[in-house]
Design a protein around this ligand. Structure first.
Ligand code: PLP
Length: 201
């Protein structure tokens, strides 16, 4: 498990651990804008997978996309997806996991809203069903405690070693006195054309 500077840094590290510039990732449509900004910074290509307001992430479209494209990773928010608020059943989660495993596609699971359930058992996670290490799970305390504390985490599965290397890159640059530049990619992501933007590219 890696501690990160919010969920966005966790997503950045997860994507960078799995992909190289030019690779294709599958992304929920619609999704939060900041996710697309991380993808843009890493120069990845996107295939949109529709999220229906009643039935959620379209597993059939994802299956078709995997069969016809060399997709490296899929970014999903199975619990209380933003902006639809929909969550996936365990059957949908398992179906998604099976397809991803079949096509060797890493699942980058965003669980930032999972702890916001109001009653009953906490929603399950895809990570909880996975034994292959193909699922990278991330979250933060932005929605449960306070956005300002910038505390996130990433469980990177079989990509842990690579994720640690990428995280060390952030730490080294912080130690070199570039904290203002690298305190988190989201500073740049949120504020757009940050003057130090090339450091993230
Ligand atoms: C789906 C999703 N992922 C990531 C984030 C960013 O989280 P953090 O502030 O911990 O970087 C948000 C914030 O609104 C979000 O809605």
């Amino acid at each position: 498990m890696l501690i990160t500077d919010g969920a966005l840094q966790a997503l950045y590290i997860a994507l960078a651990a799995v992909c190289e510039a030019g690779d294709i990732v599958a992304v929920e449509s619609p999704c939060v804008f900041s996710v697309l900004e991380v993808i843009r910074v890493l120069r990845l290509k996107v295939i949109e997978i529709p999220v229906d307001t009643q039935t959620g992430f379209d597993v059939d479209v994802f299956t078709h996309a995997c069969a016809h494209n060399p997709i490296k990773a899929v970014i999903v928010t199975p619990s209380f997806h933003n902006p639809t608020g929909i969550f996936l059943s365990d059957e949908q989660k398992l179906a998604l996991l099976n397809i991803a495993q079949h096509h060797h596609v890493a699942i980058i699971e965003n669980d930032i809203y999972g702890d916001l359930h109001f009653h009953g058992q906490r929603p399950s996670t895809i990570k909880g069903f996975d034994h292959s290490g193909l699922v990278l799970y991330y979250s933060s305390f932005a929605k449960t405690l306070a956005p300002g504390i910038r505390l996130g985490y990433l469980s990177a599965g079989k990509f842990l070693q690579r994720a640690e290397q990428i995280k060390k890159g952030f730490i080294r640059q912080e130690e070199a006195g570039q904290l203002d530049e690298l305190s988190l990619p989201s500073v740049y992501l949120v504020f757009g054309n940050h003057p130090k933007a090339p450091h993230y590219r």
